[in-house]
Design a protein around this ligand. Structure first.
Ligand code: SAM
Length: 259
C-alpha cells in the first residue's frame, strides 16, 4: 500500500539511508535498553533501531500507518501505542527510558514541554526538529533566540545540537532545514527551583511581552527592590537573564511567601 503523506500530522518521511544510519549511530541503541519512538511513520528509523534492540515501543497517531506497522512487525517486537503523543503518559513505560523521534514539526514545542514533565524517568532523548527550534532550545542568554523554550528546557536538560539535516533527506521535502538534538536530564539534586510551577509562570510572564522590562512583566511576582537585591537590573528585558537568574527570582518569591 502506498501511503499518502498527511500534512496535518506533520509527515515528512526520512528517505536518505546515510542520514538514517547517522541518526541511529548517534542514538547508539544497545540490546535491553527501553526505547520509545514518537511517530515511527513508515519505520525509516524504527527498522534499524529494532534490528539493534530486538523490541521497542512506538506512539503513532495515524491509523493507516499503524495498520502498516502491524503487518510488518510482531507484537513481541513492536508495542504500538495508538494515539496522540501529546496526551501519552510516558511514565507508563518505566524508568531509564530513551525517547527518540523525527518529530511532527507542527507540534514540536508542545511535545517538548509535555516530555519535560517526564524528565525524571528519562535517560536521554534524541530528536529531529526544525533547525530554528533547535537553535532556540540551545540559545544563550542575550541572543534573540533565547526564550521560554530555552529557559525551561535548559533548566531541566543538558542539550546539544548534533548535526543538521537538509530538506532533501525527506519525502516530501520540508521547506526548512532540520537538526538532530540530544537532551539529557540534569540530576534532580542540581535543580534548585523550590517551585517548578512558579518558575514556569515567572518565565512565561517575563517572555510574554519580551519588549517590556522586567519591572513591568514581573511586577506580580517581585518588586524592583527584590530584583536589585538579586543583582538583576529591573530595567532589563527577559532575554538578558540567565536560567540561574530565573531560579533565583522564583526562590526569592518562595522565601517571601513563607516569611
Ligand atoms: N519517523 C518517521 C520518519 O522519520 O520517516 C516519520 C516522521 S514524520 C516527520 C512524523 C510522524 O509522527 C508521522 O508518522 C506522524 O503520523 C506522527 N505523528 C504526528 N502527530 C503525532 C502525534 N500527535 N502523536 C503521535 N504521532 C504523531
Amino acid at each position: 500500500m502506498i501511503h499518502q503523506a498527511r500534512k496535518r500530522f506533520g509527515q515528512n518521511f526520512l528517505s536518505d539511508p546515510n542520514i538514517i544510519r547517522k541518526i541511529v549511530d548517534t542514538i547508539a541503541p544497545q540490546p535491553g535498553q527501553r526505547m520509545v519512538e514518537i511517530g515511527p511513520g513508515l519505520a525509516a528509523m524504527t527498522d534499524p533501531l529494532l534490528a539493534r534492540l530486538g523490541k521497542m515501543d512506538v506512539v503513532e497517531i495515524d491509523r493507516d500507518l499503524i495498520a502498516l506497522l502491524k503487518e510488518r512487525y510482531s507484537s513481541e517486537q513492536l508495542t504500538i501505542h495508538e494515539g496522540d503523543a501529546l496526551k501519552f503518559d510516558f511514565s507508563t513505560l518505566g524508568p531509564d527510558l530513551r525517547i527518540v523521534g523525527n518529530l511532527p514539526y507542527n507540534i514540536s514545542t508542545p511535545i517538548l514541554f509535555h516530555l519535560a514533565d517526564f524528565a525524571d524517568q528519562v535517560r536521554d532523548m534524541t530528536f529531529m526538529l526544525q533547525k530554528e527550534v533547535v537553535m532556540r532550545m540551545v540559545a544563550d542568554p542575550g541572543t534573540s533566540e533565547f526564550g521560554r523554550l530555552s529557559v525551561m528546557l535548559q533548566y531541566r536538560f543538558r542539550m546539544g545540537r548534533v548535526f543538521d539535516v537538509p530538506p532533501g533527506a525527506f519525502r516530501p521535502a520540508p521547506k526548512v532545514m532540520s537538526s538532530i538534538v540530544r537532551l539529557v536530564p540534569r540530576p534532580t539534586e542540581s535543580l534548585e527551583a523550590k517551585d517548578d510551577a512558579l518558575l514556569r509562570k515567572i518565565v512565561t510572564a517575563a517572555f510574554g511581552q519580551r519588549r517590556k522590562t522586567l519591572r513591568n512583566t514581573l511586577r506580580d511576582y517581585i518588586d524592583e527592590a527584590g530584583l536589585t537585591a538579586l543583582g538583576i537590573d529591573p530595567g532589563q528585558r527577559a532575554e538578558r537573564l540567565s536560567v540561574a537568574n530565573y531560579v533565583a527570582i522564583t526562590n526569592a518569591c518562595c522565601a517571601k511567601r513563607t516569611a
